[in-house]
Design a protein around this ligand. Structure first.
Ligand SMILES: [Fe+2]
Ligand SMILES: [Fe+2]
Length: 341
């Protein structure tokens, strides 16, 4: 499954987003799924770069007011997030390459570029805060910590399986689901640690950056959820009970692995309750289920219980000027109604 760059014999509008035909001319007035244009514009509108964030106070606080354990978790999570975004960057490249519809491929290209920016942003945090020994610790953690490697491999294996078999729609579907877990659960879950540091009035710059990334990830999750629904619609053979059960079981399994990881990594951290974190993970997995058109897996966590995550985990200030002028963000309280984190 690849795509034709130009085919003068067929219409501009793609017949399917994957495995269909299209002329290759991207006419935004003649696309199969018009909301792709809205998504495209919104993604562009969210443009930012890491240099907008000042980390002077973070550097001081990292040295003076984080406990050794808090530093270790900061390092490992930053390294872990870098590894996930490095994979996301490359995965988007492959997905874009196999996509027939030029409008969908255009959205994927922006997402891929932003994943690269995210990886660079974590690099900015580590380069600012960590000495060379700590940096080594951060970037080797995804290779060296067994429980983390095991958790990540569940995702990476599905993605690799598709990359090795790009014509297999079933593998594509499950790679997209794995990517959704990666973005919507593994990433978004880890952001809470930064939110909790901000809640204790430390590392505000790092948290501001993480919240910019989170805003992007929310978009990605909605987009890829849509792609999965469209893929299912366009390829009825995927719409089987077995496939559905596999998807639900995979999510459950990932959530269990994430909980084990949380027990490990947040041990000795007193600014974050692990049981609260586990509820949040279940809530996040319900969000990705909703986005992908699956039934929610955890009925007890349909609503967000920890409202403080909205307070500290939402992009604040809303204008870039706020980041240039000050490190302190005035956190706005939101009700959270209908707001998917
Ligand atoms: Fe990302
Ligand atoms: Fe993403």
């Amino acid at each position: 499954m690849s795509f034709r760059v130009f085919n003068g014999e067929v219409k501009n509008k793609a017949t399917k987003i994957f495995g269909g035909v299209a002329s290759g001319i991207c006419d935004w007035d003649d696309i199969k799924y018009p909301h792709m244009l809205t998504l495209y514009k919104e993604l562009f509108g969210n443009y930012w770069i890491e240099d907008e964030i000042r980390l002077t106070n973070d550097l001081k606080q990292y040295r003076d007011s984080l406990t050794e354990r808090e530093k270790y978790v900061y390092n490992v999570l930053t390294g872990m997030l870098t590894s996930l975004d490095s994979v996301a960057n490359r995965f988007n490249f492959t997905i874009g390459h196999t996509c027939t519809d030029p409008s969908v491929a255009a959205v994927i290209q922006i997402i891929g570029a932003f994943e690269g920016l995210h990886a660079r942003s974590y690099q900015y945090l580590t380069s600012t805060m960590l000495n060379s020994e700590e940096k080594k610790q951060a970037f080797n953690a995804p290779k060296e910590i067994h429980i983390l490697r095991e958790r990540n491999n569940m995702i990476f294996d599905k993605i690799q399986d598709f990359i090795d078999n790009p014509t297999d729609f079933n593998k594509l579907y499950h790679a997209l689901l794995a990517n959704l877990v990666l973005e919507g659960v593994f990433f978004t879950g880890a952001f809470v640690y930064f939110n909790s540091l901000a809640r204790s009035n430390r590392m505000i710059g790092s948290n501001n950056m993480v919240n910019l990334i989170k805003t992007d990830e929310n978009f990605h999750s909605v987009f890829y959820g849509d792609v999965m629904k469209i893929l299912m619609l366009e390829n009825e053979q995927l719409n089987t009970k077995e496939n559905y059960n596999n998807a639900i079981n995979f999510i459950r399994f990932c959530v269990e692995k994430e909980k084990e990881w949380a027990d490990y990594i947040f041990d000795g951290i007193d600014i974050l309750s692990v049981s609260e974190y586990k509820d949040y993970i279940e809530y996040l997995s319900n969000v990705i289920c909703r986005n992908a058109g699956l039934e929610e897996v955890y009925p007890d966590n349909k609503e967000l219980k920890s409202q403080w995550i909205i307070t500290y985990g939402t992009k604040g200030g809303n204008t870039k000027g706020d980041f240039f002028q000050t490190n302190v963000i005035s956190y706005g309280h939101e009700s959270g109604d209908g707001f998917d984190l």
